[in-house]
Design a protein around this ligand. Structure first.
Ligand code: FE
Length: 276
């Protein structure tokens, strides 16, 4: 589960429902799979991540609680069985929980084939990590995430040194590479159909949602996706075709590009014509 503090909840409701195709639960909560809810909005000035939830089995949760200083919290506030809160090294509030409430089959009129979620989590987040080594240690040694791979390159003169981590078959549930302007660089949702990526791209163009990176494909998770701006001015990625990780047959690689093709900034892909 993810919490967002947003300054314009009405814009977010239109965005989550009409553009992304998530399904409203109660106005502030939204789902993209069989979980009772996956996204929670609270109104406030931050326009950023409010919390990141990490789901565990009871046994896994007990093991993690041996390694971190977490505070027990009211599970009913999140519709879960057990709930503990702490912050990651970047100060991002985390919620560790087990026993989430489930609802019926997910069905969205906007994204008819639905999302790759459920046991793979709702999607992935790319977050700020001012001290990358410390965040690396926290997520792997304390929370139990496993390293998937790295991307080390330069984009438009900026050094990129990203590391990607998995907690289930999804190639990565979290990634980071250094400090970001906000807690969250982007949140990714993965559709089950390639057409749903194109249809979401069209919905963005029709409804004035700003495209930040054109369609493209990443070399490591193989995601076919585009990036655009949420109403809170952090980005979302909408993708299809993500590769799954099999821990028994996996070697950590370092890739030298962020995208095999595409993912261009629109102002570079489509520069304004100058009159001669
Ligand atoms: Fe991503």
């Amino acid at each position: 589960m993810l919490g967002f503090e947003v300054s314009d909840p009405a814009a977010w409701r239109r965005f989550l429902g009409d553009v992304l195709g998530l399904v409203e639960v109660d106005g502030n909560r939204w789902r993209n799979d069989r979980h009772a809810w996956r996204i929670q909005l609270t109104e406030g000035p931050a326009d950023d991540l409010a919390f990141v939830g990490w789901e565990f089995s009871d046994g896994e949760l007990d093991a993690v609680l041996e390694r971190v200083d977490a505070i027990e919290a009211d599970p009913s506030e999140r519709d879960v069985g057990r709930r503990y809160t702490l912050r990651d090294p970047a100060g991002i509030p985390l919620e560790l929980y087990s026993g989430p409430k489930l609802a019926g089959e997910f069905a969205s009129e906007v994204v008819p084939w639905g999302f790759v979620a459920d046991e793979q989590g709702l999607g992935h987040v790319v977050i700020t990590a001012p001290d990358k080594a410390e965040s690396f240690r926290f997520y792997t040694e304390l929370l139990g995430a496993k390293l998937s791979d790295h991307i080390v390159t330069e984009i438009y003169g900026h050094k990129v040194d990203l590391s990607f981590f998995h907690v289930n078959a999804r190639h990565h549930s979290v990634a980071f590479g250094g400090p970001q302007r906000k807690r969250l660089h982007h949140v990714m949702f993965e559709a089950r159909s390639m057409d749903d990526v194109g249809l979401c791209y069209d919905r963005c163009i029709r409804s004035g949602v700003r495209i930040m990176q054109t369609l493209g494909r990443h070399p490591n998770d193989r995601m076919f996706s585009f990036y655009a701006m949420t109403p809170s001015r952090f980005q979302f990625e909408f993708g299809w075709g993500g590769r799954e990780v099999d821990d028994d047959d996996w070697s950590v690689e370092t890739y030298d590009c962020v995208s095999e093709w595409g993912h261009h900034a629109p102002q570079i892909a489509f520069p304004p014509r100058t009159k001669k």
